[in-house]
Design a protein. Structure first.
Length: 85
C-alpha cells in the first residue's frame, strides 16, 4: 500500500488560501504630558470600541476616549485555533 498525499487546498480562484491575521489592540500609549515635556499614560489596558464596526465610533476607545492608533497593535499571523495532539 502506498502513501496517500493530499493536494494543498486552494481557493476557488486557484490560489492558496491566505492565513487569517488576528489583530488585537492592547494598552494605550498616548502621552498625555507631551505638551509640557513629560511622560504620562492613562493606564488603559485594552482597546474597547465605542461603536459598531464600520462606524467612526469604532475607532475610539470606550475606556480612555483615545483613537485606536494610540493603542499597541499586536498581530498574530498564525492563530492557533487548533487541534491539540
Amino acid at each position: 500500500m502506498g502513501l496517500h498525499h493530499q493536494a494543498p487546498r486552494k481557493d476557488s480562484n486557484g490560489s492558496a488560501p491566505k492565513k487569517e491575521k488576528v489583530v488585537k489592540y492592547k494598552e494605550c500609549r498616548k502621552n498625555h504630558a507631551a505638551s509640557i515635556g513629560g511622560y504620562a499614560v492613562d493606564g488603559c489596558r485594552e482597546f474597547m470600541a465605542s461603536g459598531e464596526e464600520g462606524t467612526s465610533a469604532a475607532l475610539i476607545c470606550a475606556a480612555c476616549n483615545c483613537h485606536r492608533s494610540f493603542h499597541k497593535r499586536e498581530v498574530d499571523s498564525d492563530p492557533d485555533f487548533g487541534c491539540w495532539f
